[in-house]
Design a protein around this ligand. Structure first.
Ligand code: NAI
Length: 421
């Protein structure tokens, strides 16, 4: 199962392109390759195994780690990149595109056989697998860095359940991650892949975005920028208000279902679009998901309503309903930016900083794990700041610095201190 069927030459080419557009990682390799702070440690990376993830693996290996990788989702790894990575010294892994859930678990268990000291995870897939299926490995695990909203939620659930025995950094919650990756990365890549997969036009379309969190913000604003008329659905009153004041129509899904031509879910929840909504939708509606799990659109309900199913085009399944309407589900409701036939995941520049902060958080966690209690921790702000400074440097963007008087002013509270120069 570990043997990849991809063409390593094609994988090498993809890696080279990603590397060229990930200058933060080039700087990190230059800084840490001579020092090798991860020497002798096994670091497991569970993510969508494509070229940008490959560059992170290369940086970890350059910093001295024995790197093992595995896929975080059945449909999102690229076999040619997997093959090219498996050629590299210090890196080995187990991932394949289009595996079943059972095969994915088997691949995860192969990665866990390496007994990692650190896991860099996506949606807590490998972490949950270790805690649940291989608890004998827990004493060797120094910590986890988690890069997604869903994963942090899942590790918090482990903590609530008394199952968390190690510190975990919520890398997703750093500004350098969620303010860029979720908003711009998901926004751009989910919309471009959706439009390429369907070959339809966004301009003038009635688009419904479910969830106005970071991903939903990116999707809604970018769809509007392309000329779509966007409705947002929410369950959280302040997020709903934010969408309203940003000029979007906010409606319950039961109402939005009647209006939408294109639906995109990004809630991190389940059954956000279900039977009662399918029953009200317009003929020809297209349904796609950008949230982590393929449960946001209830494919079971859709299948239950369908009198016939057929492949409408690659990556799009048509469900014909008894009343003659047809609804279209994209990529079985899996992450459209990663599972679509054209999918390349997020743009390289944004992953450069997401994985940059993952890497920096990993170094910090390894250095401080003994002092950290078992639990979910915020990545220290200075780690995030340093990554931002590095990113700005690579962009050639300079900022101002606070003068001494401005620094004093920030800490002043007496009137005379505030007025003094
Ligand atoms: P978030 O927590 O910032 O936002 C989710 C929003 O959905 C919240 O405002 C919440 O109130 C709302 N929501 C929850 N249930 C809802 C329901 N039934 N109907 C309408 N709204 C509902 O989360 P974020 O960062 O936006 O992530 C959303 C999902 O996308 C997660 O599963 C995350 O892991 C995933 N994700 C996917 C990426 C991709 O590459 N496609 C990248 C980053 C995150």
């Amino acid at each position: 199962m570990s043997t990849p069927s991809g063409d390593p030459a094609a994988g090498r080419q993809r890696l080279a392109w990603a590397r060229e557009h990930m200058p933060v990682h080039a700087a990190l390799r230059e800084r840490y390759a001579p020092r090798r702070p991860l020497e002798g440690l096994c670091v497991a990376v569970c993510s969508h195994i494509e070229a940008k993830t490959g560059v992170l693996l290369e940086t970890l290996a350059a910093a001295g780690a024995e790197v093992v990788f595995t896929g975080s989702e059945p449909g999102s790894s690229q076999d040619d990149v997997v093959a090219a990575l498996n050629e590299q010294p210090g890196i080995c892994g187990y991932a394949r595109r289009g595996v079943s859930e059972a095969e994915l678990e088997a691949l995860h268990l192969l990665a866990l056989d390496h007994a990692p000291a650190l896991i860099l995870d996506d949606a807590a897939e490998l972490t949950a697998r270790l805690v649940h299926r291989r608890p004998e490995l827990l004493p060797g695990l120094r910590g986890v860095c988690e890069q997604t909203t869903t994963g942090v939620q899942r590790i918090q659930a482990m903590l609530g359940d008394g199952a968390l025995r190690f510190p975990a950094y919520a890398v997703n919650h750093t500004p350098m991650k969620h303010e860029f990756d979720n908003i711009h990365g998901t926004g751009e890549s989910a919309l471009t892949n959706l439009m390429l997969t369907t070959n339809l036009l966004l301009a003038g379309k009635q688009v419904v975005v479910a969830g106005y969190g970071d991903c939903g913000v990116g999707l809604a604003h970018k769809a509007r920028a392309w000329g779509a008329q966007v409705t947002v659905t929410e369950v959280e009153p302040r997020r709903a208000l934010r969408a309203h004041m940003n000029g979007f129509a906010v409606r319950p899904m039961a109402e939005a279902a009647e209006i939408g031509e294109l639906f995109i879910t990004a809630t991190g929840s389940r059954d956000v679009i279900r039977r009662e909504h399918f029953e009200r939708m317009r003929d020809g509606a297209v349904l796609a998901n950008a949230g982590h799990f393929n449960v946001e659109i209830s494919a079971d309900d859709l299948a239950g309503l369908a009198v016939e199913r057929r492949q409408a085009r690659e990556g799009v399944e048509a469900f014909e309903l008894a009343d003659g309407r047809t609804l279209h589900l994209v990529c079985e409701g899996r992450l459209v930016n990663l599972a679509a036939p054209t999918a390349m995941g997020h743009p390289a520049e944004v992953m450069d900083q997401t994985f940059g902060v993952q890497f920096m958080a990993a170094l910090h966690l390894l250095e401080h794990h003994e002092a950290l209690a078992a639990g979910v921790h915020a990545v220290p702000d200075e780690v995030d700041r340093r990554t931002a400074e590095l990113k700005l440097e690579t962009l050639g963007v300079a900022t101002d610095r606070l003068t001494e008087a401005q620094q004093r002013f920030r800490h002043a509270w007496r009137a005379e201190e505030i007025l003094a120069r």
